[in-house]
Design a protein around this ligand. Structure first.
Ligand code: PLP
Length: 407
């Protein structure tokens, strides 16, 4: 008899986006004349930078001729892309990362979800709250928790992110082995300073723990004082893995390209207490279970770093940051406390009431769709997330409508 992995039965059905869609459909059926503006989802809306498109076309043409055709590429990614990443994303910022520590993939979602399988079943996992749900669900699927109770899984150490700590969690007061951090954060838009990340790195070193640092929104950082990579922090290479993505950086959400950095110095321990290279484990997993990102997509990603691509990508991010700044200012003008939106495409709003109630109010009174914060965890209750991924015109109209609705 074929039996299931019963850990899947522990998963709380994630009704969040289905519920949002259902409420929006019901509203539209009642009010077909109302035009809805969606500031809920985290998907980009603008076209790919021209340099990426040109590189993709050129690569497609290479595949049309036997002389330049390419079949399977290296699982870890082509050297041209790994070198460009190491040079521009790390060495240019003083972080000593080499190409052979970079693993190109088809998404940070897969990588942040898959990484946990390198570690023992009984490692103690620390999860921020609110959180990008992939970190939670993949550890539940792997059997590291009990069944959910009141929306939380026994077995996790939750790291509360609240207004009181500026949405940057305090260091754990109990021992943990695997720590998920995400800055700039989805959903709160919060960023971490050099000093805050240094404290986490020092804690991980002292406790022989490992930090999984999700920097998918790194390109939105404009404040020069903020670190872009955890490897700008002394000692991080021994205790941190970093995830990056071209999704939000360059509009690759549908194209699919990302990468994970696992430094050579990064170690975990075996049953006998002997150190084992995490990079070797990840390389083994990657080469066994993944067959590389397509050649045209990797050429398009390489173009992000070209002389033409760099200003185009910056303009793209600036466009969303301008939306975000406008949203934040408008919300503050409405008397709502919010965070994020200055080095991040997300604005996290203190709704001062039940987050679904506020969602319904905005939908009904303003025709604006946001994301209820409670969908990201307990600490998200009484908050909503607003995303800057839309046209400026829509953003401006949405803010005007919200201001009118909340008067
Ligand atoms: N990490 C975070 C924090 C995200 O918000 C997202 C996407 O929304 C991802 C990772 C996934 O990125 P990718 O498109 O590369 O899978």
């Amino acid at each position: 008899m074929i039996r299931i992995n019963s850990n899947y039965q522990k998963l709380q059905a994630n009704y969040l986006f289905a519920d949002i869609a259902r409420r929006v459909r019901a509203f539209q059926a009642e009010h077909p004349e109302r035009e809805i503006i969606r500031l809920g989802i985290g998907d980009v809306t603008r076209a790919l930078p021209p340099a990426c498109i040109a590189a993709m076309h050129k690569a497609a043409d290479e595949l049309a001729s036997e002389a330049t055709f390419r079949g399977y590429g290296p699982e870890q990614g082509y050297d041209f892309l790994r070198e460009a990443i190491a040079e521009h994303d790390f060495r240019a910022r003083g972080a000593d990362i080499s190409a052979d520590e970079i693993f190109v993939s088809d998404g940070a979602k897969c990588d942040t979800g898959n990484i946990q399988e390198l570690f023992a079943q009984d490692v103690r996992v620390a999860i921020p709250d609110p959180v990008y749900p992939v970190y939670v669900d993949t550890n539940v699927m792997a059997g590291r928790t009990g069944a959910a109770q009141d929306g939380r899984y026994p077995g996790f150490t939750y790291l509360d992110c609240t207004a009181a700590n500026g949405y940057v969690p305090a260091l754990p007061t109990q021992d943990v082995d695997l720590i998920y951090l995400c800055f700039p954060n989805n959903p709160t838009g919060a960023t971490a300073t050099r000093e805050q990340l240094q404290a986490w790195v020092d804690w991980a070193r002292a406790h022989r723990a490992l930090i999984l640092f999700d920097a998918a929104y790194e390109a939105f950082i404009r404040d020069e004082r903020l670190p872009h990579s955890i490897y700008e922090i002394a000692g991080a290479k021994e205790v941190a893995i970093e995830f990056r993505s071209f999704s939000k950086t360059a509009g690759f959400t549908g194209v699919r390209c990302a990468y994970t950095v696992v430094p050579e110095a990064c170690m975990a321990w075996d049953e006998a207490g002997k150190p084992v290279s995490v990079r070797d484990l990840w390389s083994r997993r990657h080469t066994t279970k993944f067959n590389g990102v397509s050649y045209p997509v990797q050429r398009a990603a390489e173009a992000v770093y070209s002389a033409e691509g760099r200003p185009q990508v910056r303009e793209l991010i600036d466009f969303y940051l301008n939306n975000a700044a406008y949203i934040r200012q408008a919300l503050q003008g409405m008397g709502l406390a919010c965070t994020g939106g200055d080095n991040s495409p997300y604005i996290w709003v203190d709704a001062g009431r039940d987050s679904w109630e506020f969602f319904d109010l905005l939908l009904r009174e303003a025709g604006v769709v946001c994301t209820p914060g409670v969908g990201f965890g307990h600490c998200g209750e009484k908050h909503i997330r607003i995303s800057a991924f839309n046209s400026f015109e829509n953003v401006r109209t949405a803010m005007q409508r919200m201001a009118d609705a909340l008067k």
